[in-house]
Design a protein around this ligand. Structure first.
Ligand code: PLP
Length: 386
């Protein structure tokens, strides 16, 4: 569409945008069951709008927002067992994982380029590998979809620079044996990055919510950095990812010196340049608004519903679970059905789920209710049996 010479009235444009964007699904609509994002906490839109002009990519202009970012990273770091952490609020898990791999590569110096990780690691590592000419050695998973430790150990060689562990896999919410990975990283002097983009805001609260909690966080001594996304289970708005380094020394490997900015010389620890200070303010506000008890309640609600839903799936003829869920992610197989076809038929009936190799994935996010899940299960069972 060509731009008109004269500008148009803002009310008119808003109305047009409402109309144009109305075909999109909404979280409130209850049909999005395959997303790791959700509607943010109600405090977020106001905070975002109020601080929209903050550009934390030029920190000298916005020193107070920078201080807030340090504070929020410290708060998140403390939730995951860190004491002297350093890091940044980023655009999401992809940027955080790429940045972590960049830091690992710089730490290793020249020559070492291999990263050992699970075959179920997120595709952001493929992006990182392509961008930085890294070689990913993908290791198979066991029957619980956790990386096979013996095979991972065997894959490590002279060229290995990093090990990646997953704390909440994209497909099934599986958590790798991070304790073992931590020991392996220390034994071999490797950078150890944990991708907790999804699980980072679930695992620290599982025990208090009444569920088994696999080992996770900086209490594992080999962990160098952790991705943890506020815009997933952290109830914040897109874009809000976070990469936390164990300490400032490790964070230095992610730095780029910039000299020309209006705010003065700086060291950016991001892939992006200009970035949203409103995201930082929103993450800060949500965390303090919810408090620890709110974050536990968020996880408890999701996990209670997951456990109920997993039982309902297991009790439905023709359906089965891929694994018993550890987090609020449920993989469903349908006997004798081609899953791409099942996913297409679900979508035709309005249901948006994620399709993986041999199963569909449901993520029980804050916007999902039992009623949505009941209706979904009826639809799925109708497709499978019909
Ligand atoms: N890591 C994991 C485990 C994920 O599941 C995802 C996304 O679902 C990412 C990283 C990437 O996060 P984002 O989409 O915020 O870039």
């Amino acid at each position: 569409m060509q731009l008109k010479v004269d500008g148009q009235d803002s009310e008119l444009l808003l109305t047009e945008l409402e109309k144009r964007l109305s075909p999109d699904l909404t979280f409130e609509g209850g049909h999005i069951l395959g997303s790791m994002c959700s509607s943010p906490d109600p405090i977020v839109p106001e905070v975002f709008a109020r601080f929209i002009e903050k550009n934390i990519g030029d920190p000298g202009l916005f020193p107070a927002t920078v201080a807030l970012e340090h504070e929020v990273v410290e708060t998140i770091g403390a939730l995951i067992g860190g004491t002297a952490v350093s890091g940044s609020i980023l655009t999401g898990g992809t940027e955080a994982n790429i940045l972590a791999m960049w830091a690992a590569k710089r730490r290793a110096g020249g020559g070492r380029r291999q990263v050992v990780l699970s075959e179920s690691a997120h595709f952001s590592f493929d992006k990182a590998a392509d961008l930085m000419d890294l070689e990913l050695l993908r290791v198979p998973v066991d029957s619980s979809h956790r990386v096979k430790i013996d095979e991972l150990r065997a894959a490590i060689g002279d060229k290995t620079m990093a090990v990646v562990g997953i704390a909440g896999s994209t497909g099934l919410g599986a958590v790798d044996p991070l304790e073992d990975l931590s020991s392996i990283a220390l034994e071999n002097d490797l950078y150890f990055h944990v991708d907790g983009a999804f699980g980072g805001f679930v695992l620290p609260f599982l025990r208090e919510a009444g569920y088994r909690a696999p080992a996770f966080g900086f209490s594992l001594p080999g962990v160098s950095s952790i991705t943890i996304d506020p815009h997933k289970m952290g109830r914040s708005a897109i874009p809000a990812g976070c990469l936390v380094f164990r300490d400032a020394q490790l964070a230095k490997f992610a730095e780029t010196n910039v000299t020309y900015l209006a705010g003065g010389e700086t060291n950016q620890r991001t892939i992006t340049g200009t970035r949203s200070g409103a995201s930082v303010a929103a993450v800060w506000a949500v965390l303090h608004h919810l408090g620890r008890s709110g974050l536990v309640a968020n996880v408890k609600r999701a996990m209670d519903m997951t456990s109920w839903f997993a039982d309902a799936v297991a009790g439905t003829p023709g359906l089965s679970l891929v694994v018993d869920p550890t987090l609020n992610v449920v993989g469903i197989r349908a006997e004798g059905c081609r899953m791409p076809e099942v996913a297409t038929r679900l979508r035709r009936r309005g249901w948006a789920v994620s399709l993986f190799d041999g199963y569909v994935r449901i993520v029980i996010m804050p916007h999902v209710s039992r009623e949505h899940l009941r209706r979904f299960l009826d639809a799925l069972s109708g497709i499978v049996q019909g």
